[in-house]
Design a protein around this ligand. Sequence first.
Ligand code: NDP
Length: 433
Amino acid sequence: LARNPGEREFHQAVTEVFESLGPVLTRNPEYVDAAVLERLCEPERQIIFRVPWVDDAGQVRINRGFRVEFNSALGPYKGGLRFHPSVYLGIVKFLGFEQVFKNSLTGMPIGGGKGGSDFDPRGRSNGEVMRFCQSFMTELYRHIGEYTDVPAGDIGVGGREIGWLFGQYKRITNRYESGVITGKGISWGGSLVRTEATGYGTVLFAERMLATRGLSFDGMRVVVSGAGNVAIHAIEKAQALGAHVVACSDSLGYVVDEAGIDLEVLRQVREVERLPVEQYAARRSGAHYVPAARVWQVDAQVALPCATQNEIDETDAKRLVDAGLLALAEGANMPTTPEAVALLQDAGVLYAPGKAANAGGVATSALEMQQNASRDSWTFEHTEERLAAIMAGIHDNCAETAEEYGDPGNYVLGANIAGFTKVADAMLALGVV
Ligand code: NDP
């Protein structure tokens, strides 16, 4: 704590993981001898840089850029870029730390890292966002590479921004190095299913978790938070499995549509016109909008938080449990506070932590890297099959590890121990580096 003052989210993420590791350290004292824990929470490299750009009015603006290269024991650093005004070092480090264990769980050869900026893309023109991306990459390019560090998208960074970032990388380096960034468009080195992968994967994980109690999404009442990339694709997959998705949200409020969210309308509002979800309610008769409130006011059997960190607190969790919540799977990173997680677990709710449930995105990014390396492109069906197999594998690995350590059904314990063990073994093998 004293070493990293003021990094609240980073402390929260480290505490959550380390609290699970007691039994594994008792069984494997060599991890303690080699100071694996101490090394794990110190990033290998942290880069902070100035991002100057000019807005449409000709005014010079300055933002702060970050890339935290956390751990490369399993492969090149891999993790997204977040553009959001709340971004500071503590957020980037929490995300990078989580990414190390998540990437380990995927079984793919990728280390963990994360980056971003406190730039707020909301309300900015295409030209402004492009100039910002170009300036950001003008520094970032010297730190990344197919074998070094491979960024992707996150909050505020979707296909449009990845295009401008990759375009500037290509221009500066004169290299068409497709494997340097993932989440690319299909015609320029992207992978089918990457856009859908995090949301789809979260629902596939939840479906397998529900099956352990003889349940499924079919007929379930589902509430999703967020209305971005992860939320939209979680809604799509849940509906495909027969769920009744009744609500979603953004940072300004939430919409309820008891007839079931109409994805076509939601996509038009969010993806095409880039408007707040309030506009969804304005266009759908029967739907209503609630401003400045959290979507967890709406009763659900399955909750899928897909917006941001710490968006479900103890009060929200209690309300959901009292209203009959059966399962919660995290599409977002660390959306549930530690107190809320404890409450859900004590109440017997099936709970899937983000590092396991939302790993489908980065896993499909690794599939994109495979396709780039072999100059190949796979079909949607083949890639989705791979995603489904990876999510089933992650689920079963977490469930079996929890059972092995005497706490069946505890996916937090299973994910943390399984993710940790693989990284720790690689760190031991690579020596004190
Ligand atoms: P998007 O930018 O596409 O969407 C984010 C959504 O969350 C928007 O609806 C946004 O609302 C809302 N949101 C953002 N910040 C806040 C906030 N502080 N309070 C309330 N709502 C907020 O991002 P993604 O869908 O890509 O990411 C969502 C979550 O999923 C993040 O936690 C991310 O780390 C995680 N994730 C994403 C992956 C990916 O592949 N994209 C992979 C793994 C995890 P508004 O539009 O009003 O800002």
